[in-house]
Design a protein around this ligand. Structure first.
Ligand code: SAH
Length: 261
């Protein structure tokens, strides 16, 4: 553990604090506030993004979710946000329904060790989350925003893009953080799509995961789990590989399996 001022960095919480105020402002400015007026920040840390959230949006509701108790006390002492809106919890265990939040954006410089789980948690509650502006490890940001045929195209690309239009916004160098991480970072935006609500989410997740776990195999082989369903052979795309299927085609595949079951 290393000490900054009177705070101990905790490796287990993956703490890399942004030090560049221009970048912090830039990230916050990407929030559109279209059709929502509440923002939930994940992992505010020492509050560099929070500060600009408050300055730019004094009339909006802001909730902070921070796992580190020491940072929670720091935030409660230093930010004019009511105590119950600075929530001391692991984001992955946070349920927006418990605090009656049904329409909010998410923002954060996310802890990289749980970035995929954070995304899955967002997808679980996507009906409440119209927008997300998030900082990820660059390599993960590339995977989320990738398209079919690319090496980086995979589970995260398909699942996130089924629900959200994604955009790679910009890359951030290591040196603007304390401590300096080993990897570059990138900020991306997710804007919820209006279509695609009528399908079995669990089935989609299952198909995409199974298909990409054996990404070089043709789908007729990787999707053996479904071979007992009537007319399995008539399902489209079975002669293709996971990496050759677009986001839309995955959705079509899911629906075709679902109606035959
Ligand atoms: N937003 C700050 C801090 C980023 S570091 C900045 O840009 O400077 C990541 C932050 O996420 C840390 O504050 C860390 O304590 C917090 N964190 C880590 N795991 C978390 C979890 N599961 N739930 C909520 N916060 C978490």
């Amino acid at each position: 553990m290393r000490q900054i001022i009177n705070f101990f960095l905790k490796k287990k919480f993956d703490q890399y604090f942004l030090r560049d105020h221009n970048i912090a402002k830039k990230i916050v400015n990407y929030l559109s506030f279209e059709n929502y007026n509440t923002v939930v920040e994940i992992g505010p840390g020492l509050g560099i993004l929070t500060q600009y959230l408050l300055i730019n949006n004094p009339y909006h509701h802001i909730f902070l979710i921070e796992i580190d108790e020491e940072l929670v006390s720091f935030l409660r002492r230093n930010f004019p946000i009511s105590k119950e809106k600075i929530i001391h919890i692991d984001f992955l265990k946070w349920n927006p329904e418990e605090v009656n939040l049904q329409n909010f954006a998410i923002i954060g410089n996310f802890p990289y060790n749980i970035s995929s789980q954070i995304l899955f948690h967002i997808l679980r509650y996507n009906q409440y989350i119209p927008e997300c502006i998030g900082m990820f490890q660059k390599e993960v940001a590339k995977r989320i925003t990738s398209h079919k045929g690319k090496k980086t195209y995979g589970i995260l690309s398909v699942l996130v893009q089924t629900f959200y239009d994604v955009k790679y916004l910009f890359t951030i160098k290591e040196k603007v953080f304390f401590p300096i991480p080993n990897v570059q970072s990138a900020v991306i935006s997710l804007k919820r799509k209006n279509e695609n609500t009528n399908f079995n989410k669990n089935m989609l997740f299952q198909c995409v995961k199974i298909a990409f776990n054996q990404r070089r195999k043709k789908l007729k082989n990787s999707l053996q789990l479904f071979k007992h369903i009537p007319n399995f052979q008539k399902i489209p795309f079975l002669n293709k590989r996971a990496e050759e299927l677009s986001v839309k085609e995955f959705l079509q595949l899911t629906k075709e399996i679902e109606i035959r079951k």
